[in-house]
Design a protein around this ligand. Structure first.
Ligand SMILES: *Cc1c(COP(=O)(O)O)cnc(C)c1O
Length: 399
């Protein structure tokens, strides 16, 4: 019998991606992630980083990371439950809980690890998850690891959620637990989940509420305290507040915050937490310093919002559609995938770095350039980016 190549599919699958123009073409950032940075040898204005407050470059954050390497070493040596639970990890959790106004916080290696590790412990066979149709991939994967039933409600639609919850009441046998789960800020449109309405519906049906505030922390609410603060919700209305340190905090890591019971449960049950090495000391120390900065230097969040309001208004004035954006994520909706890709390519040549988002990430007719504001961008940076956007928009006959 002829031997077949057991890994032929690798190359075949990749070639198909290339043919469909669906493969990732990685760009290289040569130096720090700053508003003016060097990408593939070209100086560009950065409009696609999640480093909202530029905390990755804040002197106090960098110094804390460097110092922790000298005092605690380059790595932690173990998982948290064995020998890798350092004083810096414990201090970070204490500081984060205090910042969020929560009873307790648990830090995971990443936000993805938090969702993948915790969701399947909260719900299992006999339970139900009700999820926004545009939730992040890490939520989708977390839900897939669970044997719970699933229902999907229309994007940010509180009355559709209420319908789905009512439907679920008729399920026999009755569901043991129900989990309502949503992104706080949606990364493709920059819109905000109506968490007040969602949590009210959930409460009527005795359901848990889990919000993934990856793009809201450091951005929304009092001093960047996130979406629960933004809506002024009582802490017991949102049972799991999950977030990341890889975006506005400028470092890396994930967390869940809520009750002491939640944290005790999560740390004893999440396999991603129990079986994966803890953060290097520099990560924990830098994140503590980022919290320090958020608590003592309110200007960063303020600058971020000033830039956001200015840029969104000016992009609109040029004749572009910014969709449902309510946050520093500002899509410039173009329409056709080909146009969005050409736009992004021309922007790069003109010294502006912003990525196109095309089908299947968004619908076929709403391809876009996704721009993300940053507190450290100056008015000159923004005006230069805006004139490139105007020039290319005219060139491509879009405005
Ligand atoms: C970025 C993101 C994550 C993943 O966070 P990491 O800490 O980078 O793994 C999870 N959920 C949402 C909504 C995100 O935007």
């Amino acid at each position: 019998m002829a031997q077949r190549d057991p890994v032929a599919f690798l190359g075949e699958a990749y070639r198909q991606l290339v043919e469909g123009d669906l493969d990732w073409k990685l760009r290289v950032l040569q130096g720090p992630s700053t508003p003016r940075c060097v990408v593939d040898g070209r100086e560009v204005i950065m409009l696609c980083s999640n480093n909202y407050l530029s905390l990755s470059n804040h002197p106090r954050v960098k110094e804390a990371a460097a110092k922790a390497v000298m005092t605690h070493g380059a790595g932690s040596g173990s998982v948290r439950p064995i020998a890798g639970n350092m004083d810096l990890h414990v201090e970070l959790e204490r500081r984060l809980a205090s910042f969020k106004g929560a009873e307790a916080s648990l830090v995971y290696q990443t936000g993805f690890a938090a969702n993948a590790g915790l969701i399947p412990q909260l719900v299992d066979a006999g339970d139900l998850v009700v999820s926004d149709e545009l939730n992040h991939g890490s939520i989708i994967d977390g839900v897939r690891l669970s044997k719970a039933d699933r229902l999907v409600y229309r994007h940010c639609d509180g009355s559709d959620l209420a319908d789905k919850l009512r439907e679920a009441e008729d399920h026999a046998p009755a569901y043991r637990r129900i989990l309502v789960i949503t992104d706080g800020v949606f990364s493709m449109d920059g819109d905000i989940a109506p968490l007040d309405e969602l949590s009210m519906s959930a409460a009527e049906h005795g359901a848990m509420v889990y919000v993934d505030d990856a793009h809201g922390e450091g951005v929304l609410g009092d001093g960047g305290r996130g979406i629960v603060s933004h809506f002024g919700l009582a802490r017991d209305k949102v049972h799991v507040e999950m977030g990341t340190f890889s975006k506005a905090f400028g470092v890396v890591g994930g967390h869940v915050s809520g009750s002491r019971d939640l944290v005790d449960f999560a740390l004893n049950r999440s396999r991603t937490w129990l079986l994966s090495g803890s953060h290097p000391p520099a990560v924990a120390a830098a994140t503590i310093a980022a919290i320090d900065v958020l608590e003592t230097e309110p200007q960063h969040v303020r600058n971020l919002w000033e830039n956001t309001e200015y840029f969104r208004k000016e992009v609109g004035r040029l004749g572009f559609d910014t969709g449902k954006s309510q946050t520093p994520i500002i899509p410039i909706i173009i329409g056709e995938s080909g146009d969005a890709k050409a736009f992004s390519g021309r922007l790069f040549e003109e010294g502006v770095f912003a990525l196109p988002i095309v089908y299947p990430m968004v619908s076929r007719d709403s391809a876009r350039i996704r721009t993300i504001m940053n507190a450290a961008l100056t008015r000159d940076d923004l005006d230069e980016a805006l004139s490139a956007i105007e020039k290319i928009g005219k060139e491509l006959d879009l405005v």
